[in-house]
Design a protein around this ligand. Sequence first.
Ligand code: TRP
Length: 331
Amino acid sequence: MAEKSGRVFSGARPTGRQHLGNYLGAIKNYVALQEQYEECVYCIVDIHALTTVETTQNLRHNTREMALDWLAAGMDPQRSIIFVQSHVPQVVELHTFLSMVTPMGKLTDLPTFKERVRQQPHNVNYGLLGYPVLMAADITLYKAVAVPVGVDQAPHIEFTRELVRSFNYRYDTDVLIEPQMVVTEFPKVIGIDGQNKMSKSLDNHIEISATPGETTERVMQMVTDPARVRRSDPGNPDVCNVYSLHKVFSSQEEVDMVNMECRRAGIGCVDCKKLLAKNINEYFAPLRARRAEFSSKDGYVNDILHEGAARARKIAEGTIAEVKEAIGLPE
Ligand code: TRP
């Protein structure tokens, strides 16, 4: 692939140990983009987490667990900047400057905001309203040209682009860069309930760093084709989430075999799931080994995150100086 120039930025809230949905929908892509862009900046957005999380009890633990999964998956701190949002406070400064070109109505109109208001009517705070402004600050502080996110984040990227145009127009400058959205093309990963998007809060997830035993246990709980009640009933792989995951984790021969044998009741769900569990475990074995190694090294994760923050801060300081100059703030 041709070398692309420019910087990538993406962020994710510190949700702790990552699951198959996080891995297939985001992390895998983060790793791949390291080959395709000049520099990738990957941020654990702990400040964003405060907009929805009322207790911060697990914030440190979850940050570490997520960072371990990221690193073990091949997000490479040599090539990429991997850091924690609150370690680079310039983002809060830029957030405030951007808020002055943010029309209130745009924020209250965003579907993501409306959804949150429905989800947490008791906690509709000012920070929650400003969530997309902080996200725009993340992206523009690092002058990112590309932002890999899921489609649910499309309104936020479009909003960021509008803010950039407003800011640059108001202050007659070009310091802020309009980012492009890089859609993660992976279809949404369904949880073991066979129904909802895989998510930790629904407890329908499979952690990538689970032990082989835990993984097998979760896979055995997966809901399959509901029409296949008895072992002798033929199944329909097209409506079975086990089959969807086979397509990701199993060899083409195995996928073909499952597809054929399920339809004629040649293979039962138990054996089909055992095969899937085995393949998931094989797939993640190297990642899990690296994770165990990183986790056992005292201070390893913290050192990486702090080095990442130092590199991020350099870029951030440069942008903030340009922004203040563009606005015309006193020297
Ligand atoms: N809003 C994103 C999410 O919920 C997380 C995020 C914060 C982000 N800042 C970002 C994503 C900047 C991309 C770029 O998933």
